[in-house]
Design a protein around this ligand. Structure first.
Ligand code: HEC
Ligand code: HEC
Ligand code: HEC
Length: 331
């Protein structure tokens, strides 16, 4: 018994010494030319597959992925953030990407073997030690569904061709619903929003990618240009629900009156308070949920205003503001 234990201890010590030698003397070849030892790739891939299966969200959490606006938003983000490694439908990966170990699979192969909730987990978390990056904004799993919607559309052969318009206009003013309109915003608000994305104090994997490389001074300049363009009329929904109006104008014991800062009508807004009238309904509701959960930085005032909102109140407020005629301002 004692001898057995001694033997195990001796073997463990030898193993540790061996491992220390590999680390200290550089015995393990890190060259990506050689690939992994036989069997290691299989072990790593099985570990990866089972790890994703265990942790992916429940299939019931998957939203409606057939929404064309969601697919288009995903396509725009994919073109900028993912296609450098995974290429695009009908396009091959560069020779350099094919030389990576492990190789980033071509988009068409990457979508083949995973369920939508598994794709969501992979894109949000990335894959350690493989070159597959995590989503840049930690608590923005809501945004990841746009990319999943695009990947599922690719698998089902109904992905739209790449959008012609590149840059900001490829999403803003083109993609409805999930992307905010910018024409109603003032220069001060636009500049603050862009600076917040650059600094990472407002988390969005999509917008943080879009402002990569932008300096704060360039952000101010872009804000000035965007704010100079007039409001595009229309876009407002047909009916404005009364519950939303009562809450926005008067508030409750728990919720401040939104109109006091956001309008419509005379507001005491400080510069940098965004206009909500005519803004997209899905976007407004999503932002209010982010504040309630503590994941949209940028304003203590708004975090406090949204803290006690119920889901029904959020939907009513978003529906009411979205139905108002769009106007610049309020501050
Ligand atoms: C820097 C290169 C790089 C970028 C950028 C990148 N990936 Fe990957 N991705 C990889 C690599 C490498 C793997 C393979 C990992 C493995 O097999 O262990 C991978 C794996 C995946 C997989 C799993 C496929 C499979 O079966 O192995 C999916 C899905 C995926 N990536 C989607 C995306 C999406 C969507 C984006 C953009 C948001 C993205 N990737 C950005 C390198 C990248
Ligand atoms: C891939 C699509 C995409 C591209 C490209 C893009 N945006 Fe965005 N933008 C979004 C989305 C989605 C949001 C909402 C982010 C969130 O959920 O916080 C957003 C939010 C914003 C906001 C905040 C608006 C508000 O009401 O708070 C501003 C300002 C903005 N974008 C400006 C720009 C500018 C300037 C560019 C070009 C440099 C650009 N965007 C490129 C998708 C995009
Ligand atoms: C004391 C003033 C104040 C009150 C009251 C207030 N807000 Fe805000 N709100 C702000 C400010 C300031 C911002 C800009 C925050 C930032 O991005 O830094 C903002 C941002 C927003 C945004 C984001 C808009 C966009 O384009 O991204 C929404 C949505 C919003 N508020 C809705 C509401 C609703 C609904 C209420 C009422 C329940 C409310 N606010 C009450 C000051 C206020």
């Amino acid at each position: 018994m004692i001898r057995g234990l001694r033997l195990i201890a001796a073997l463990a010590a030898a193993g540790l010494l061996g491992a220390a030698a590999v680390v200290t003397f550089g015995l393990y070849n890190v060259s990506a030319q050689v690939g992994h030892w036989p069997g290691v790739s299989w072990v790593l891939h099985e570990t990866f597959r089972n790890s994703v299966r265990l942790r992916a969200p429940a299939p019931a959490e998957v939203p409606d992925l057939s929404d064309p606006a969601l697919v288009r938003l995903g396509e725009r983000h994919y073109a900028s953030a993912c296609s450098p490694c995974h290429a695009a439908p009908g396009v091959e990966r560069t020779a350099t990407m094919r030389a990576m170990v492990p190789q980033p699979p071509h988009l068409a192969d990457a979508v083949e073997q995973w369920a939508p909730e598994e794709l969501h987990w992979i894109i949000q978390n990335g894959i350690k030690m493989s070159g597959m990056p995590a989503w840049p904004a930690r608590h923005r799993g809501d945004e990841v569904w746009a990319v999943v919607a695009y990947l599922v559309a690719v698998r089902q052969g109904r992905a739209p061709p790449a959008a012609k318009e590149d840059g900001c206009g490829g999403c803003h003013g083109t993609v409805a619903r999930h992307v905010p309109r910018l024409d109603i915003h003032t220069e001060a608000y636009l500049a603050k929003a862009l600076r917040d994305f650059i600094a990472g104090t407002r988390a969005s994997g999509i917008m943080q990618q879009a402002v990569s490389g932008m300096t704060p001074e360039e952000a101010d300049e872009i804000a000035g240009r965007l704010a100079a363009s007039p409001v595009v009329p229309g876009g407002a929904a047909a009916s404005a629900p009364a519950e939303g109006e009562a809450l926005a104008r008067r508030g409750t014991g728990d919720v401040p009156a939104c109109a006091a800062c956001h309008g419509p009508g005379a507001s005491r807004a400080r510069p940098g308070t965004p206009a909500l009238a005519g803004q997209g309904r899905a976007y407004l509701a999503a932002q209010l949920r982010l504040w309630r959960a503590g994941h949209r930085g940028g304003s203590e005032v708004m975090a406090a205003a949204a803290r006690r909102l119920t889901d029904d109140q959020i939907d009513a407020l978003a529906a009411w503001y979205a139905a108002l005629p769009p106007a610049k301002g309020p501050g």
